[in-house]
Structures are given as C-alpha cells and as structure tokens.
Design a protein around this ligand. Structure first.
Ligand code: AOF
Ligand code: ZN
Length: 323
C-alpha cells in the first residue's frame, strides 16, 4: 500500500511541472483506513508546499491513525512559505511517510528530525530510487547548481544524423517518436537546440504526441549571433511565449523584435561561439518576467550543440535512438 500512495504523490507532483520553476516536484496524500481522503501538491513557484496545500484544503480534525504521505522530506525552513513541519505538528498529524530526504542544505534531514522530536513517527525513504529519479532536476540544481541535462540524438544504423547537405532525414519510427515525446520531452522542463537546427529543420519542439499534450516545455535556442529566422515556428507559433532565445549582448538587437511575440530574450556573454557556462546557468536557474527557472534540459541537437555539452562534461544522460 505504501507504494501505491507514494505513486499517487508523484502523480500529483507532476501536475506542478511547468509552474514550479527551479523548485521541487512534490505531492502529498492523507490516508485514513487504507484510503486516500485528501490530496495536495506544490502548484506554483512561491505558493504553498504540497503538505500545506493539502492541510489548508482538508480542515477536518486529524485522527491519530491518519498517515501523511509526501515524496520529499517536509521542509523546516522559512523560505517563500512557512515550514511544512510547523503545520504538520500544529494539525496533530502522528504519522508521516516520505519518499526521499531533501538535498536542500536548509533541510537535509532536519525536517525529519524535528517531526520525530515532536513525537511523530516518520517512515521512509519509501520508493526512494523512483522519487530521486523523478526529482533529478531539483537534485541537480541543489547539488551541482546546474540543471539535469539529457542529450538525445537520432541516428541511422550506419551513424548518419542528417542528409549530407544538412537537410533533415526521417530516422525514427512513429513508436520511437511517441516514446521520446512521452518519456523525454514531457519529462524535462526545457527542450534545447542550437540555432542551426532551427534554421535547418524548423522544429516545433513540443510534447504533442503524449497524454500531456497541454504541457508545453520551455524551448531554448542557443543563438549567440542572433541568427534565428523571425518566421521560425518556435518564435511565431501560439506558444512563442514559452521560447527563450539566448543571445550574446553584442548581437541582442538582431532578436529584439521577437519580444513582441512574447519570446524571452536572455543575454549571456559568449566566447568562441559558446556561452559562458556559469552565466548561462545563473540565467536559467534564476527568475526573469514569468520565467522562474528550470531544473532539467533535453538537448535535441544538432550535433555541434550536443558536442559542446559533451566536451564540457555537462551531460547526465546520453540517449541515442537508432532508426
Ligand atoms: C516541502 N514540500 O511541496 C516543497 C518543498 O523557496 P521555498 O520556500 O518554496 O522553498 C523551496 C525549498 O523547499 C526547496 O528547495 C525544497 O527544499 C523545499 N521544497 N518542501 O516540504 C514541498 N516544494
Ligand atoms: Zn515545505
């Protein structure tokens, strides 16, 4: 039963993906007599954490045999919201089951210790490998100060990734495309490409072949010289406001006009055609307008952009789909 309830926490947590910025994906359920009687999740950056969202919605008395499940150790710090441990203690919860401890140095075990000091039984980590995998972006941001990075390439059996003139080559099967939308695109905060891929292929970079077709990951185009065509789909379609062009400040004027479509323009200095990593991560982990930071990036090409990430050891997972 533990696993069932923890899976439900993860399912709820996933609903926050687009709006929690650089934070953790967290869901919580309250269980009474083996059944879920209340649910909550961390909905958006700066808003109530999962446990607080649940307890603010569920205002009945808590019974001493109720259990609160949450996929991340409850926090004990005053951040944008008060500590979750406070409301758990105040409301008289006696059992907490958690999925993984919190890598945030303001918490890291202290949340659990405080609950125990207050006479609460704390069980966990439950399903921790799955919980950590699910929050790999958040863990990366908190431990490496950069997002989790997956590089994905599609190749033919003999190693080709495009036609010899650079034009796109249909490589993967419909099943592979569906899988990569469902398990790669819909499970990262960002799909990132170099500007040459936009020029050559004109991609849409969304997760349309999925059950989450209303989820539109951020689309980032690395474009140091501001070469992106202004009629490219990513900067002119209905989701242009989910697109970020990263440009060197020297060439910012080339893309300035795209702001009227809602496109975000991030200025980051570059050296030899590549952005300064430290400054790139500062921008991508920080806030600007309605952008609140990201925790995971799927690099989808082209070969030069992927090589830049690999050469700098900025890759956590490298996936080749062989067509
Ligand atoms: C929880 N439940 O639902 C979340 C937690 O900036 P703040 O105040 O939102 O705090 C962010 C930190 O709080 C984050 O780094 C992580 O340690 C914890 N997130 N904790 O108990 C939640 N989202
Ligand atoms: Zn909290």
């Amino acid at each position: 039963m533990h696993h069932l309830f923890m899976h439900r926490c993860l399912e709820l947590a996933a609903l926050g993906r687009k709006d929690i910025g650089n934070g953790a994906l967290v869901g919580s359920v309250l269980v009474r007599d083996g059944k879920i009687i209340a649910e909550g999740y961390h909905r958006a950056f700066g808003e109530a954490h999962a446990e607080r969202a649940l307890l603010e919605l569920f205002t009945d008395d808590i019974r001493s045999d109720d259990s609160l499940y949450v996929n991340l150790e409850p926090c004990c710090h005053h951040g944008k919201t008060p500590p979750c441990t406070d409301i758990i203690i105040e409301r008289g919860i006696k059992h907490v089951v958690y999925g993984m401890s919190d890598p945030d140095t303001r918490v890291s075990g202290e949340g659990i210790a405080i609950l125990r000091k207050n006479g609460i039984t704390v069980e966990g980590p439950v399903l921790h490998a799955e919980c950590e995998w699910f929050n790999r972006g958040f863990i990366s941001v908190r431990t490496k100060q950069r997002p989790w990075i997956t590089v994905k390439m599609a190749k033919t059996g003999d190693g080709k990734i495009a036609n010899d003139d650079g034009s796109p080559l249909a490589i993967t099967s419909p099943q592979q495309n569906k899988w990569s939308h469902e398990f790669l695109r819909a499970r990262h905060d960002v799909i990132l490409v170099g500007v040459q891929t936009v020029i050559n292929d004109g991609p849409v970079l969304d997760a349309r072949l999925t059950d989450h077709s209303d989820y539109h990951p951020w689309r980032i185009v690395l474009d140091p010289h501001g070469r992106i065509p202004h009629d490219a789909k990513v900067v002119s379609d209905d989701h242009a406001s989910s697109t970020i062009i990263v440009v060197d400040p020297l060439h910012q004027k080339n893309v300035e006009a795209l702001r009227k479509n809602g496109v975000h323009i991030f200025e980051v200095p570059s050296q030899n055609g590549m952005f300064v990593w430290q400054e790139l991560w500062e921008k991508l982990l920080g806030s600007e307008g309605d952008f609140r930071g990201v925790t995971s990036i799927l690099v989808e090409g082209g070969s030069k952009t992927s090589a830049i990430f690999k050469d700098a050891s900025m890759v956590d997972m490298d996936i080749s789909l062989i067509g």
